[in-house]
Design a binder for this molecule. Structure first.
Ligand code: COA
Length: 319
């Protein structure tokens, strides 16, 4: 028995920026961006904030799950792009929802953040500490994008995705087929400084990235972690209906599908419309699939993410 997702929700800012608009700012083209990444458009926040988008996605997830804010025991928000360091975004969400009973904290493992949040919440449910948890990925990556750097500004977007976690069995019967990894020695592949502090870090205040290094890392490590998750859950790749992966680059997802010898149709994508929204990608994709009726009771999923840190991880989920 597993910790289930009982409801999902997402939020995207209204403003859509297409590749042509970006090509007016930096030396690139719609053709280059689409061929090398799969991205056509991304949503960019105007008035929206990380906390505001998180709360809107959460309201939709609560409605989808048919539960009230008072039933939530725990709120975890994953973000790397908040406008504030205090209070944490999860506390802002708690206030906005009126989820008075909920404990609240943020996590930062970048684009693996939804996996980290799921594992932390599921472990608390298994320990009997909480019954109902809300896990959110919310990002306003445009806060930290250098719009003169064509190596990064083409990739990122803004938005939020949320999921309600609940167990449908006694805590002692819960299994958590979830794996998290990190390799801090590779951290310089994707950096950003907050610009404050007595001891200034040798990083820029914008996202700086070694795209090639991350590409190679993802194509190697994501299939590995998926195999670990499959082993833990006792399934083969062929038995999985969908692999819901972090949306960083269509070519990365295609290469992972090939390495796992699985048909590309088992790898749903929203990167074409949304770009890379870090920890929001996976819950937003899950919400898309949920609302389109693709996820039926018993549908078998493996979710996996990778990102700055470097971090990577995945988990098995039955709908
Ligand atoms: N438009 C046009 N040309 C571009 C460009 C752009 N936006 N960005 C880079 N180029 C150029 C480079 O300058 C280079 O030119 P050169 O051959 O004359 O030196 C050429 O295109 C190839 O660059 P390269 O970096 O090798 O391209 P790539 O195929 O690796 O694609 C990324 C670059 C960033 C799209 C790709 O590496 C990627 O997606 N990496 C993963 C990033 C990621 O996932 N980050 C988030 C972690 S969650």
């Amino acid at each position: 028995m597993f910790v289930k997702i009982a409801g999902t929700g997402s939020f995207l800012p209204e403003r859509v920026v297409d590749n042509f608009e970006i090509a007016r700012k930096v030396d690139t083209s719609d053709e280059w961006i689409q061929t090398r990444t799969g991205i056509r458009t991304r949503h960019i926040a105007t008035d929206e904030t990380v906390a505001g988008m998180a709360a809107k996605a959460a309201e939709r997830a609560l409605e989808n799950a048919g539960i009230s804010p008072e039933e939530i025991d725990l709120i975890i928000v994953s973000t790397v792009s908040a406008e504030q360091s205090l209070p944490c975004i999860a506390c802002d969400v708690q206030k906005a929802l009126g989820a008075k009973r909920a404990a609240a904290f943020d996590v930062n493992s970048a684009c693996s953040g939804f996996i980290t949040g799921y594992q932390a919440a599921a472990a608390q449910i298994k320990a009997g500490l909480v019954k109902t948890a809300l896990v959110i990925g919310s990002e306003c990556l445009s806060n930290y994008v250098d719009w003169t750097d064509r190596g990064t500004c083409i990739l990122f977007g803004d938005g939020a995705g949320a999921a309600i976690l609940k167990a449908d069995c006694a805590p002692e019967d819960i299994q958590i087929p979830c794996v998290l990894h990190a390799d801090g020695s590779l951290g310089e592949a994707l950096t950003c400084s907050l610009g404050h502090g007595k001891h200034k870090v040798p990083f820029d205040e914008y996202y700086r990235m070694d795209g090639k290094a991350i590409f190679k890392f993802a194509v190697r490590k994501v299939p590995e972690v998926i195999r670990e998750v499959l082993k833990m859950s006792g399934h083969t790749a062929d038995e999985i209906d969908f692999f819901v992966l972090h949306q960083a680059n269509k070519r990365i997802i295609d290469a992972i599908a090939k390495r796992l010898r699985q048909d590309e149709s088992k790898f749903p994508m929203n990167i074409m419309d949304n770009g890379n929204i870090s920890s929001a990608c996976i819950p937003m994709l899950l919400d898309d699939m949920n609302r389109k009726g693709i996820l039926k009771p018993g549908t078998k999923l493996v979710l996996a993410g990778f990102g700055a840190g470097l971090t990577w991880g995945g988990f098995y989920l039955e709908w």
